[in-house]
Design a protein around this ligand. Sequence first.
Ligand SMILES: [Cu+2]
Length: 340
Amino acid sequence: MIARLRMAAAALLLSAGACSYQHYQSTFSDAAVEARQFNILFVIFLVVCAVMYALVITFLIAGIARRRRSQANVMEEGRHHESDPLMGTGLIGWGALVATGLVGLAIASFFTDRSMASAAARPKLLVTVTAKQWWWDVRYEAGDKSKTFHTANEIHLPVGVPAQIVLQSDDVIHSFWVPSLAGKQDLIPGRVNDISITPTRVGIYRGQCAEYCGAEHAKMALTVDVDSYGDFLNWWRHQLQSAPPPATPLATAGYNFVTSRNCSACHAIAGTPANGTVGPDLTHLASRRSIAAGAMPMSEGNLYGWVADPQSIKPGNHMPTIGMEPDQLHAVIAYLKTLK
Ligand SMILES: [Cu+2]
């Protein structure tokens, strides 16, 4: 019954032209324990409220019909004010039904909350997400400091493993929202929030900032890759590695430009002198799916576009347009492409 309703709701959403990526960014197609619990609760609320609504409308129509009938039959004044013996019992029954419905909803909410809390109580993976105008810094935590690393705008989680995502903000209030995986949670300056996610289905899930945070709020997306355990471990081991040294003369020229000019004041590249924290970590830039928090797909052409003139792509973002000669731009892109 619940599954049918959910399918009907999802079909409705899709037929309304929502999108062809059924599992990409949808509250209805859950891919984590937390999102599923929300969905079950949603269906319970929907069914209880729909039944009550249908009853109210039925009684209303019955009442109107009855009054019409009695007006037609009985002309003398006061007749229809006579109390109906069934009325008292009916009212008590109605009150009991409303109370049962409300208590039922409260109990359902309570158990949903409890089971989400119990999933959150045993996280196996700790990821800190810091929202910045207008991108997401992602730090994988580990007891051993040498096993901590940064990435940006792309989170990887192993399927079936409860993860705790710690949420912080450096500037204004943002909101972390990956509809297929969990509800929304705000990132508030000066405060530490968190959200737990236990993914149940391998796939790519899109999320976005859900709290207006300034000019480029609309271009502040992120993706969560839910990987099989093996794929996750491979990704994780790869992210722990430093950037390889440049192998061609062109890439070396790019390396020299990036590490000696202002790029390195804002960006970090592990294994090089670049250690800025104003912008995204670039160590494995080329392995990511998009550029600048989902503003564009990752490609050589788009990298050229971004580095040459980031302000035309995301007007107002905090990376200034940096004057470069064409050969310097070629060199920088040749180097960035090696950051796999
Ligand atoms: Cu925002």
